[in-house]
Design a protein around this ligand. Structure first.
Ligand SMILES: [Zn+2]
Length: 114
């Protein structure tokens, strides 16, 4: 009798992507967990990228919020050159945010079409 060696590998459960996993339910994603996150969870490559995009979005939203506050200050508006430079920087960040959002949406659409 010959024992097939191929079963040895499948006997070990592959770690699954933990995206969407809560204490009450398993994650939605069936792909393999390959990228270790800073909070210790394991995600597939696609979801790791999505998480990174969302983190970037959070950071940029915070930046825009701070810049809007600064731009609203009458004291800051007095320094016209500085104010314009800040406004341009703000607009650029909003542009990057929009681009980031389209990437996130593309990810979400891709994962829904499975
Ligand atoms: Zn995943």
């Amino acid at each position: 009798m010959v024992i097939e060696a191929t079963n040895i590998h499948t006997a070990q459960p592959q770690p699954r992507c933990e995206y969407g996993k809560t204490p009450f339910s398993e994650g939605e994603c069936q792909r393999m967990g390959e990228v270790l996150q800073s909070d210790g969870s394991l995600l597939c490559v696609g979801h790791a990228k999505l998480m990174r995009l969302e983190a970037q979005e959070d950071t940029m939203l915070g930046t825009v919020f701070e810049m809007d506050k600064w731009l609203d200050e009458p004291n800051n508006q007095a320094n016209n050159l500085c104010w314009r430079r800040k406004l341009r920087h703000r607009d650029e960040t909003v542009e990057r945010l929009r681009f980031n959002r389209t990437l996130i949406e593309a990810h979400e659409e891709a994962s829904q079409q499975r």
